[in-house]
Write a new protein. Structure first.
Length: 181
């Protein structure tokens, strides 16, 4: 399934119209780890908007499945590489733990959403989807407004390159297989 990303490749940045296949992977698009994650965030925001705007069960199921794949890859990248770097490189142990905690809370909301969809609880699904959307947007704002700038300010060029290379290599090893409909 393809997601229309708000950004298409244009000399280091992205412009409207790029199609990204999020059914089986989430490409590492960017020059450094923070740019890669921020580009992921744009994909995630687009999927969240699709999820909260979906009115049909099948449409919700497709978007939820895409989100599952994207968040699996994105969260694994953050939890295994970026949050430890925030702790180690920038001395942000409390910040890293807070981000881990927020991710776990979003995971629980996602599980509840998936259960509500399977149970056909449309009204409860809509409300839970809004909560999930808000929680993930809050988490993205925390990362982009505090954690990522803190990491960038405290990383030298060598650490930044090492982290970017590790993120790209890690992403190559991940593959998400969408559930059959």
């Amino acid at each position: 399934m393809l997601v229309r990303d708000r950004f298409a490749r244009r000399g280091g940045g992205y412009s409207k119209g790029m199609q990204i296949d999020t059914s089986t992977s989430l490409p590492a698009r960017g020059n450094d780890a923070v740019e890669i994650l921020k580009n992921d965030h744009q994909v995630i925001k687009g999927l969240l908007n699709q999820l909260t705007g979906a009115t049909q069960s099948q449409q919700r199921k497709q978007v939820l499945e895409q989100l599952k794949g994207v968040l699996t890859v994105h969260n694994a990248t953050e939890e295994n590489l970026v949050y430890p770097a925030i702790d180690k490189v920038s001395g942000g142990k409390q910040q890293a733990e807070h981000l881990y905690h927020e991710t776990a809370e979003a995971d629980m909301l996602f599980f509840e959403l998936d259960s509500l969809l399977k149970e056909g609880e449309d009204t409860a699904f809509v409300e839970k989807a809004k909560k999930f959307h808000e929680a993930v947007l809050h988490h993205i704002e925390e990362e982009e407004g505090k954690a990522f700038p803190h990491l960038q300010e405290n990383s030298d060029a060598e650490h930044s390159k090492e982290l970017a290379d590790a993120v790209r290599e890690f992403r190559k090893s991940l593959h998400f297989e969408a559930a059959s409909a």
